[in-house]
Design a binder for this molecule. Structure first.
Ligand SMILES: Nc1ncnc2c1ncn2[C@@H]1O[C@H](COP(=O)(O)OP(=O)(O)OP(=O)(O)O)[C@@H](O)[C@H]1O
Ligand SMILES: [Zn+2]
Ligand SMILES: [Zn+2]
Length: 802
């Protein structure tokens, strides 16, 4: 008797392990790992979905096994690599394995969808019999096991394929297209017989003669790209010169095909990087490399040429970029080099488009995948190289369950696929850089910009100076002068308004003082509901200061201006300048982000004003000035990574200036000109920053010297939340050694969300072998309370604590 191990779709701790089910004879050979099936569960007639993890001959179970009711997928939707990954991921992120499995699938397969059999060999008798003259065969839950078996066999013989379609969407996009039975000579003959004014028809025949190998061609393409009218096509059809057919077309993600690019001759530094990585690709060693390359050092070309090496080895390549960098610029660079072999996955795709890209990957139609965080689950086989660009980005960590970091998943896949991982950044995360220091990762440094262009000159403007504090508005005389000159020279400028951590902290405008927690060395945040300043780590609180504790000035207050306000100021200061604003408001619409950048790239604007989203990755040759309105906001984040984030942001944004022939200038306005994060960023000196920051992390027991786990507790009743938090703390205390540090419980930044109160406990530790197991047990024990609206969330190595 064949038995299947199944993870059922019941997200509880108790079901977070496979259950055994019998495979009925009628479905033998059909049920394989990676398929979804429907199974009876519990008492009663309830049927639920599950993923087949394993198929085996015998059960260890003594009692009678229930049979699988039916198969949902007629082909596996996840590979065995992914099934294994889900087990590891569930354990590592304290989440349900079923959530991990579902996270790996494109959303189409999680939503309401239909499944169709589509013919591959249309004239096969069995296929014809199944389709009964229709273009597709819909798989409903009523079909019998025999049909399932038949379809399964036809699929294995590659006579049919299975396609998923979101309900309410067309099965496939059908388009009209043109083809012809004539050969080149006949086409030219036919053309010569046309009247000279039948221009559109002449164009059509010429096109067909030139593109005989690429027919059929869509009406759309003929119309849009070649100006051939529908009428002309119809006339030609009537005259039996062409045939009109219907084609099914995969929805292609938006965007025009970029021009094909070829390899650049590498600089010495690039060559060293490419050589080292290539060696790992060829030897199939899962080595992790960290490329620490200054802004504009040409990291992208290293990525492209190593991807090419992987492809030459008959392998595939996976490249992760932060969502926000998935601008046409980055995508074009990859697609420009590898053309059709690339699939792009980003959040701008519709469900259908995303599914199409996923299918292309699964069918091995593509060899390179570029995408944001979740693309790390792309169903690529034989991966020869994984790249993570801007590896320091916090967005690689998912905020919701499963709280995974794409870097960890990438490293796991690299082990399985025996391939190298390349982490690249001008400002690596402290964790990665520290690992390179220890030799766990191999460090590759690229210290020079392309063309030996100098790094931009950075000028720090002290906003506490009388001259600067006297101005109305947010532009210092220095920044104003810089912008004036840039405009006069017909160059372009980028102006950054640092919005992260906005208006939740207090700063003295006289001396730059920011109120910090006496215990934790992080900023205190203002809790409106309590009317107090509070620490998110330990819970320490103080009244809101009325005068600056440092200089006794009354100019202490909340800090912040909006992008719209800055835009207005720019318009008033420079009425002739064309300003583009990029923030959450102007980029809400699909494609808006790309459009703004395109306009700026075509020099249709002089100033690009924006928030964090303009800080990295952009490569515009005419940008000679970067201005930072308020460097301090990130500095005052109530987070131990505040300095790191500030350094990264300022270094990255400065790096946008002077990337081509022209030298760049950067003007940073700050109330903390002596802060090391700002000074080191001004020098673009990562190494010095790294040493200083490591020293401070060591002093205060933070990452990478300590591991961090954040546990948050939520309940609608504040009293209960607190009680549970203290209970939890006690549980942890008994499991931890004396060396571990337990902080909290303390309320989170927004301590009340959707009518629930949130408290958190932070565990900092070096080596606590009991902790993982204890946390799993706690999740188990508190499961029963989940029904009463009581939830616990565990975040391993949180990216931010709020
Ligand atoms: N070998 C080369 N020869 C000539 N130009 C090059 C070469 N390598 C890269 N470039 C060009 O140099 C510019 C900067 O490269 P790239 O954008 O890859 O830098 P980067 O290291 O990714 O910087 P950032 O971290 O700031 O994004 C690009 O316009 C790129 O086309
Ligand atoms: Zn504190
Ligand atoms: Zn002060």
């Amino acid at each position: 008797m064949a038995v299947a191990e199944i993870i059922v779709d019941v997200p509880t701790m108790q079901t977070n392990r496979p259950f055994e089910y019998m495979i009925p004879d009628t479905l033998s050979d059909v049920v394989v790992p990676g398929m979804r099936v429907e199974v009876p569960f519990g008492r009663g007639k309830r049927k639920i979905q599950g993923f087949v993890m394993k198929v085996k001959d015998q059960s260890d179970f003594q009692g009678k096994l229930k049979p699988i009711s039916r198969v949902i997928d007629l082909k596996p939707v996840l590979s065995t690599e992914m099934l294994d990954l889900s087990s590891w991921l569930a354990d590592r992120t304290y989440s349900f394995q079923i959530s991990c499995l579902q996270t790996m699938l494109p959303s189409v397969m999680r939503a309401k969808y239909k499944q169709f059999v589509i013919p591959v060999v249309a004239d096969d008798p069995e296929v014809m019999n199944l389709l009964q003259g229709k273009p597709t065969f819909e798989i409903t839950n009523q079909i019998d096991d025999e049909t399932v078996k038949l379809i399964n066999r036809l699929r294995k013989d590659e006579k049919v394929d299975i396609q998923y379609v979101v309900e309410n969407q067309a099965v496939q996009v059908k388009r009209q297209a043109v083809t012809t039975d004539l050969n080149v000579i006949q086409l030219h003959e036919a053309k010569s017989q046309l009247r000279a004014n039948a221009k559109s028809q002449i164009k059509l025949l010429e096109f067909l003669a030139d593109n005989l190998n690429d027919l059929p061609v869509e009406f759309n393409v003929l119309e849009k790209d070649y100006g051939i009218s529908r009428a002309a096509i119809k006339t030609a059809e009537k005259n039996k010169l062409v045939k009109v057919v219907e084609v099914t077309k995969l929805r292609k993600p938006v965007g025009i095909t970029p021009e094909k690019t070829t390899k650049l001759a590498l600089t010495d530094e690039q060559q060293v990087a490419v050589d080292q990585i290539t060696e790992s690709i060829e030897n199939q060693t899962p080595q992790t490399f960290l490329i620490e390359g200054v802004t504009g050092s040409g990291k992208t070309e290293v990525y492209l040429q190593t991807i090419e090496k992987a492809l030459q080895q008959d392998k595939t390549a996976l490249m992760l970029v932060p969502e926000i960098s998935l601008t046409p610029q980055m995508v074009n660079r990859v697609v420009g080099r590898f053309g059709d072999q690339v699939a792009v996955l980003h959040s701008g795709l519709s469900n259908g488009e995303r599914y199409d890209e996923w299918t292309r990957i699964e069918n091995h139609d593509v060899k390179v995948v570029v995408g944001a965080r979740s693309a790390v689950f792309a169903p690529l086989n034989h991966i020869g190289l994984i790249i993570i660009d801007e590896e320091h980005e916090a967005s690689y960590k998912q905020d919701d369950n499963p709280r995974y970091h794409a870097r960890d998943v990438a490293l796991w896949r690299a082990q399985v696929n025996k391939c190298p991982v390349v982490l690249g950044s001008a400002t690596p995360s402290l964790e990665s850089r520290a690992r390179a220091e220890k030799g766990v990762y191999k460090l590759i440094r690229m210290k020079k910009r392309i063309n030996n262009q100098v790094l931009p000159h950075v000028h720090i403007v002290d906003m506490r100076d009388a001259e600067n504090s006297a101005v109305k508005g947010d532009f210092s005389p220095a920044l104003k002068a810089g912008l004036e000159k840039t405009l006069a020279d017909h160059n372009q400028a980028i102006v950054l308004l640092n919005r992260r951590g906005y208006s939740s902290f207090m700063m003295c405008r006289e001396c730059g003082f920011v109120l910090k927690c006496p215990n934790c060395d992080v900023s205190l945040t203002y809790h409106k509901d309590l009317g107090k300043m509070k620490c998110h780590y330990c819970g320490h609180e103080e009244p809101v200061p009325k005068i600056c504790p440092n200089c006794h000035s009354t100019k202490i207050g909340f800090y912040g201006t909006g992008t719209q306000n800055i835009e207005q100021q720019l318009n008033d200061l420079f009425p002739e300048a064309r300003v583009l604003r990029m923030d959450v408001d102007t980029t809400r619409r699909k494609g808006a982000h790309a459009k703004i950048l395109k306009q700026f790239g075509q020099h249709k604007a002089d100033i690009l004003l924006g928030t964090q989203m303009i800080a990295k990755g952009l490569d515009f040759p005419d940008v000679t000035l970067v201005g930072v309105i308020n460097a301090d906001t990130t500095l005052s984040l109530a987070d131990f990574r505040a300095s790191e984030r500030t350094f990264q942001l300022l270094t990255q944004v400065s790096g946008r200036a002077g990337r081509a022939e022209k030298t760049g200038h950067v003007i940073i306005q700050t109330f903390n000109p002596d802060h090391y994060a700002i000074k080191d960023a001004a020098k673009q000196d990562y190494e010095t920053f790294f040493k200083q920051e490591m020293y401070l992390r060591h002093q205060s027991n933070y990452t990478p010297y300590y591991f961090t786990t954040l546990i948050s507790v939520a309940n609608q009743d504040e009293g209960k939340t607190l009680k549970q938090s203290y209970w939890l703390k006690k549980q942890l205390q008994t499991a931890l050694s004396k060396d571990a540090i337990l902080l909290g419980p303390s309320p989170t930044m927004i301590s009340r969300k959707q009518n629930k109160y949130y408290y958190q406990i932070i565990v900092k530790y070096k080596h606590e072998p009991q902790l993982h197991q204890r946390l799993l047990e706690i999740l188990n024990e508190t499961q029963a309370d989940a029904k009463n609206g009581f939830t616990i969330a565990i975040d391993n190595e949180p990216q931010h604590i709020d």
